[in-house]
Write a protein that binds this ligand. Structure first.
Ligand SMILES: C[S@@+](CC[C@H](N)C(=O)[O-])C[C@H]1O[C@@H](n2cnc3c(N)ncnc32)[C@H](O)[C@@H]1O
Length: 287
């Protein structure tokens, strides 16, 4: 499907579910997503496809916050904050197509949000009713998950990120499907069950790209954890996991993680404007 006049190919059509690839083998497919950075070029992906019912809050985090009214204002005046590099500012509409509606991002989020079209692509491949992003940031992944899922559990240890995620999810009208929790995933993990975990764990800032071979060991090092810990905890919560990873990740590590998923692993290479942007690793069963 062409969302934009730009080419969007994601293992086929971005609208239609991507065929599940049979279990027991490892597959590599390529996602090619192109978008322009100016307003109005990237159109919103197709209509919501929620499951049944509404999410209920109260799943025992440090603080659980339910979302309320819809902020209905349009950001007419846009000024690049001093602490945001122009190259990140120029991509704001690819992060959130509705940026003009008043999307809130802090400096870190400008380079760490999973772009909307990619978040959408990942979300529409997932099955089940309950999804979770234990590192939800300003809401890139959870907002798209909430278009398909009855209940999305969203955790971030930074209260400001959760405030932004609540606000941003209201702009997309999906806040009722999300349970927002401020807390440390490593401490809260054993309280949850979900059908799928979709997450873009902290990569360690923009310098990740300078490493020749990024390893899961580089993730959350400052917290005394790593990507293997994240995967191990995620595995106990959900039978299906999607990790959004740096483009220079050592793929052999994903292969070894797939052992606990009967080798059900699909790697998607995400190309933005013909440039390799990132990798998505799908462990388990997906459309
Ligand atoms: C790459 S960002 C997530 C971006 C998000 N997927 C999106 O698309 O907007 C990683 C987030 O993990 C959060 N984080 C880091 N350590 C955490 C922890 N131990 N528990 C929960 N959140 C954590 C950070 O505050 C940051 O917002």
């Amino acid at each position: 499907m062409d969302l934009t006049g730009n080419k969007v190919t994601a293992s086929g059509d971005s609208d239609a579910p991507v065929p599940a690839v049979g279990g027991g083998r490892t597959h590599q497919v390529s996602t090619s997503i192109e978008y322009a950075s100016n307003a109005g070029v990237l159109r919103q992906a197709p209509a919501a496809n929620h499951g049944v019912g509404t999410a209920t809050a109260g799943s025992g985090g440090d603080q659980a916050t339910s979302a309320g009214s819809h902020p209905d204002k349009i950001n007419i005046k846009q000024v690049r904050p001093n602490n945001v590099l122009k190259k990140y500012w120029d991509k704001r509409y690819s992060l959130f197509n509705k940026y003009d509606r008043g999307i809130q991002l802090d400096a870190e989020s400008f380079y760490s949000v999973c772009p909307e079209i990619l978040s959408y692509h990942i979300a529409q491949r997932c099955k089940g009713k309950v999804a979770m992003d234990p590192f939800c940031g300003a809401g890139g992944n959870i907002i798209q998950l909430a278009r398909f899922y009855t209940k999305v559990i969203a955790i971030d240890k930074d209260p400001e990120k959760i405030k932004m995620a609540i606000h941003n999810s209201k702009i997309y009208g999906v806040e009722k499907h999300i349970i927002f929790i401020v807390g440390d995933f490593f401490k809260l993990a054993n309280r949850f069950k979900a059908d799928v975990i979709v997450t873009s764990p902290p990569w360690g800032g923009p310098n990740y790209s300078k490493k020749k071979n990024y390893t899961l060991r580089n993730m959350c090092q400052d917290q005394g954890h790593d990507g293997f810990d994240i995967f191990e905890l995620a595995r106990k919560i959900a039978p299906n996991i999607v990790l959004h990873l740096p483009k220079n990740i050592y793929l052999g590590e994903c292969q070894s993680l797939a052992n606990s998923f009967n080798d059900k692993l699909q790697i998607e290479k995400n190309f933005m404007n013909n440039k390799l942007d990132s990798i998505s690793a799908f462990f388990g069963d997906f459309y």
